[in-house]
Design a protein around this ligand. Structure first.
Ligand code: PEP
Ligand code: MN
Length: 337
């Protein structure tokens, strides 16, 4: 349930509402808005009688929240969430109407590889560099990432190019160190329901790019995001990266329907990853265009300077020239970048 306060409600009136919520053993969650404050009521077991709050001074309205996810829902938070990043002179806002481009290799393989790709994607228009230092691979014999050395390289990429960094935390312990280096913490598809990891990410001081499980329904995905918000981290980016279907013409199927659905259900910024959805280079640009047309807030795209030699996901990685063309194409569609 959401208790909406009057525009002019004073701190004492707010405190009284909070105290009444606590008196019943529920959890109050104040949500400051542009115009007025609302207070979410969490951890109630059954329906709440709106009459408990409607007569209190400063209370304007009481709105039942029908969804199982509360903090993530647009019912609870009608305005879009904008995530702001900064380092040095650089600032970046994700979710304010412009399409943010995140690009880079699947995995950080060496300093020269990462810096060369970093410069190329920056020149093309990317603002965020992606690259895994800890890789969740289907085979234990595949390249597992450079670990902390990879994170140090990502630091160098930030320094050299001014790009922001997104990189994956594959487990609970790794998140401690990833948090120190990165600007955005990625949680991958395979970990979407790793609740301990989600809770730890909820305590982090960095935004979290949460990828949808390749098997997950929208309810499951939004509940996974709710885990992060419920621990106090409100900065979550919802990333659609393709789901498993019966098709053989792509690695996964980009669930483009998910974009307008997430937009109506949630206030959180939306990201599409066309690379893991496609699994093959020739589909990445068309999928990026489709995603951009639905009004996503960011795209995350794999780009490699030598995809044929890449240690992971080479077949779906764009050449830097292709990424450049992709960006030109988006400009041609009048997508604000
Ligand atoms: C990745 O971004 O390289 C990755 C492993 O993504 P996903 O978790 O979506 O497979
Ligand atoms: Mn990858």
């Amino acid at each position: 349930m959401l208790i909406v306060m009057d525009k002019g409600a004073n701190p004492e009136e707010l405190a009284a509402v909070v105290a009444r919520i606590e008196k019943y053993g529920w959890q109050p969650k104040p949500i400051p808005g542009g115009e007025r404050t609302a207070i979410g009521v969490l951890r109630n077991k059954g329906p709440i009688d709106p009459g408990l709050f409607l007569d209190m001074p400063g209370v304007r309205d009481v709105i039942p929240v029908s969804k199982p996810y509360k903090l993530v829902s647009r019912e609870m938070h009608p305005e879009n969430t904008i995530i702001e990043l900064s380092h040095g002179d650089e600032t970046l806002r994700i979710g304010d109407g412009k399409l943010v481009l995140m690009a880079g290799p699947c995995a950080v393989e060496s300093e020269s590889q990462a810096i060369e790709i970093g410069h190329a994607v920056k020149e093309a228009g990317a603002r965020v560099f992606r690259g895994g230092a800890f890789k969740p691979r289907s085979s234990p014999y595949s390249f597992q990432g450079l670990g902390v050395k990879g994170l140090e390289i990502l630091d160098r990429v930030r320094e050299e190019t001014g790009l922001f960094i997104v990189t994956e935390a594959t487990d609970h312990e790794v998140l401690d160190v990833v948090e120190q280096y990165t600007d955005i913490i990625q949680i991958g598809t395979r970990n979407m329901q790793n609740y301990r990891l989600l809770k730890r990410a909820g305590q982090a001081r960095k935004p979290v790019l949460l990828k949808r499980g390749m098997w997950a329904t929208m309810d499951e995905f939004l509940m996974a995001a709710e885990y992060i918000l419920s621990e106090g981290n409100n900065e979550v980016l919802l990333c659609e990266r393709g789901i498993r279907t019966f098709t053989k013409h792509s690695r996964n199927t980009l669930d483009i329907n998910a974009v307008p659905y997430m937009r109506s259900e949630s206030h959180l910024p939306i990201v599409v990853d066309p690379s893991h959805a496609a699994g093959r280079r020739d589909q990445v640009i068309p999928l990026s265009r489709a995603a951009a047309a639905t009004g996503v807030d960011a795209l995350i795209v794999e780009v490699h300077n030598h995809p044929e030699k890449a240690l992971s996901d080479g077949p779906q990685s764009l050449y830097p020239e292709q990424f450049f063309k992709m960006v030109q194409g988006l400009k041609g569609m009048n997508i604000p970048l």
